[in-house]
Design a protein around this ligand. Structure first.
Ligand code: FES
Ligand code: FES
Length: 153
């Protein structure tokens, strides 16, 4: 039986009916039209579906939509509401991504890290993004871009 949930998405209130077993990723992409979280593995292993729940990164492919009732979700669309962030600028300057499929999830994870600790070192950055898989880059450009922001902050 469907249930109505209410949550704040990127600063806006959302009220929507969902099935009890519906995944947050599907609701965001297919019902709300927020396309930055990507479906990769669907099992919580690749990080491409990462969004922030009350500022903490979660895998939206293994989170039930009903679990976010009354809470706050941020996606890439929310981060860049007022223009691209210094982190995104750094990703561009370092040509950090190739195909870009991992970029939204990676950006959310790196944002969480920098919010928690504005000056992480390389090891801490690599550890933080370890759950976000990138098939293209070998991670060095991504790490350098995050490190650059961390050193400038
Ligand atoms: S699609 Fe969610 S972790 Fe891979
Ligand atoms: S840039 Fe292609 S998966 Fe990361």
């Amino acid at each position: 039986m469907k249930k109505e949930i209410n949550f704040v998405l990127n600063g806006n209130s959302v009220s929507i009916e969902v099935e009890p077993n519906e995944k947050l990723l599907d609701v965001l992409r297919d019902k709300v039209g927020v396309k930055s979280p990507k479906y990769g593995c669907g099992r919580g292993e690749c990080g491409s579906c990462t969004v922030l729940l009350n500022g903490k990164s979660i895998r939206s492919c293994i989170t039930l939509a009903i679990e976010v009732d009354g809470q706050e979700i941020t996606t890439l669309e929310g981060l860049q509401k007022d223009g691209i962030t210094p982190l995104q600028k750094s990703f561009i300057e370092h040509n950090a991504f190739q195909c870009g499929f991992c970029a939204p999830g990676m950006t959310m994870t790196a944002t969480e890290l920098l919010n928690k600790d504005p000056h992480p070192d390389e090891e801490e950055i690599r550890e933080a993004i370890a759950g976000n898989l990138c098939r293209c880059t070998g991670y060095d450009t991504i790490v350098k871009a995050i490190l650059d922001v961390a050193e400038k902050k």
